[in-house]
Ligand binder design. Structure first.
Ligand code: NAD
Ligand code: MG
Length: 389
């Protein structure tokens, strides 16, 4: 038997984390789960640790350390917070970053700096840290495999592109978007959106933050930035196409007009297993489509008037530096405020826009810079929400 690939699942109690554990359960001969981390669901972490005989567990809050030690028992090391995540990120051959939000930063940076394979779901930290990620991506052994379904699709569609950095043989990357629950709604109708409606995604079941991002199309905006950073393609060569069925996960148009697409049922276990097993594909037909049944696939342009998050993300991409970090931080604060019923759905993107107006293009040179930018953008967003400037 060949040695099993050692896997760390950081963000193990979330939507992506749990689906990653499902994949590991089905392939026990291929993988060994060595460490996990999560936020505050200690009982769930303990259950997973016991099931997989995990040796190291990360919790997010220092006040949970004692309780975690007790519930996990001897023989399991407990690490805490961002420093804990950084440690766990160097622990395994494949590090799954399934943390939500900027909190995933230590995983992204440290996994790559340690020469690990980063299986990336946590787009927020990757976008915010893009110029810093560039520096650690060249570490011997380091690689990034995208779990995000669109990016995993593009990764597969680019298999034919071997003309070097920036993919000169590619005309455009075409990111598909379901359009979210409010596709086709007018600006007026959007005024009445409730939290319950925004949390119901038509094709995917995901964590609350990304579900709200999908409803505003900010998720797609973040994904444009993610694609640009992942594949080294300028955002001017990245287009968004609304495809409500979520069967075509993205496409690559080559300079000769040939378009390569990746299709499957919308099931995140497929891109997760793709990243974990690379270059092996596992024999589980999660994505299987039945072409004996009549079906149609439709495509339409996004409505950027009703969904201004998309142009806002392109604008942040053009400013580069810390602008994407500000965009993502302000959005995290606004989405959290919406989830706490403090603001209306239609306030989310204008709040992000107001924060971006205050960004002064200060440079982003180091992780310390980035952490300061993130904190500053959050403070500005909180002030805007409170009605100030
Ligand atoms: P989720 O809210 O369901 O799970 C988030 C996980 O992160 C939980 O385990 C939580 O405990 C953990 N976490 C949060 N803060 C933490 C901290 N400070 N330290 C350690 N752990 C912490 O979110 P999700 O839907 O699984 O999304 C995770 C990431 O994957 C996001 O960046 C999202 O954009 C991306 N993503 C998700 C999907 C999906 O289908 N859910 C698809 C594509 C990309
Ligand atoms: Mg996606």
């Amino acid at each position: 038997m060949t040695t099993r690939r050692r896997v760390a699942v950081l963000g193990a109690t979330g939507s992506i984390g749990r689906q990653t554990l499902d994949v590991l359960r089905l392939e026990p001969d291929s993988f060994e789960l060595v460490s996990i981390a999560g936020g505050t669901r200690l009982a769930e972490l303990a259950q997973v640790a016991e099931e997989f005989h995990v040796r190291r567990v990360g919790v997010s809050r220092p006040e949970d350390y004692i309780a975690a030690r007790e519930i996990l028992g001897d023989g399991v090391e407990v690490v805490v917070g961002g420093d804990g995540l950084a440690e766990l990120a160097t622990d395994a051959d494949v590090v799954v970053n399934a943390v939500v939000g900027f909190a995933g930063l230590p995983v992204t940076i440290n996994a790559l700096a340690a020469g690990r394979t980063l299986a990336l779901a946590n787009k927020e930290s990757f976008i915010a840290a893009a110029p810093l990620v560039e520096r650690v991506r060249d570490t011997p052994g380091a690689s990034v495999l995208p779990i995000d379904s669109e990016h995993c699709a593009i990764y597969q569609c680019l298999a034919d592109s071997n003309t070097g950095p920036g993919h000169p043989d590619v005309r455009r990357l075409l990111l598909t978007a379901s359009g979210g629950p409010f596709r086709g709604w007018s600006r007026e109708r959007l005024e009445s959106v409730t939290r319950h409606e925004a949390l119901k995604h038509p094709t995917w079941s995901m964590g609350p933050k990304i579900t709200i991002d999908s409803s505003t199309l900010m998720n797609k905006g973040l994904e444009v930035l993610e694609a640009s950073a992942l594949f080294g393609v300028d955002v001017e060569r990245i287009d968004v196409v609304v495809h409500p069925q979520s069967i075509v996960h993205s496409m690559v148009e080559y300079v000769d007009g040939s378009v390569i697409a990746q299709l499957s049922q919308p099931d995140m276990r497929l891109p997760i297993a793709f990243c974990l097993g690379r270059p092996i594909r596992f024999d589980h037909a999660w994505g299987a489509l039945d072409f004996t049944q009549a079906q149609s696939l439709t495509f339409e342009p996004p409505d950027v008037d009703a969904f201004p998050a998309l142009p806002l993300a392109y604008a942040a991409a053009r400013r580069a530096g810390a602008a994407p970090a500000w965009l993502s931080a302000a959005n995290e604060v606004a989405v959290a405020a919406f989830l706490h019923d403090e603001i209306a759905w239609t306030d989310i993107v204008p709040i992000v826009s107001a924060v971006m107006d205050q960004f002064d293009d200060a440079p982003l040179r180091s992780v310390e810079d980035l952490v300061a930018h993130d904190a500053q953008a959050r403070r500005r967003a909180t002030t805007v929400i409170a009605g100030g400037r």
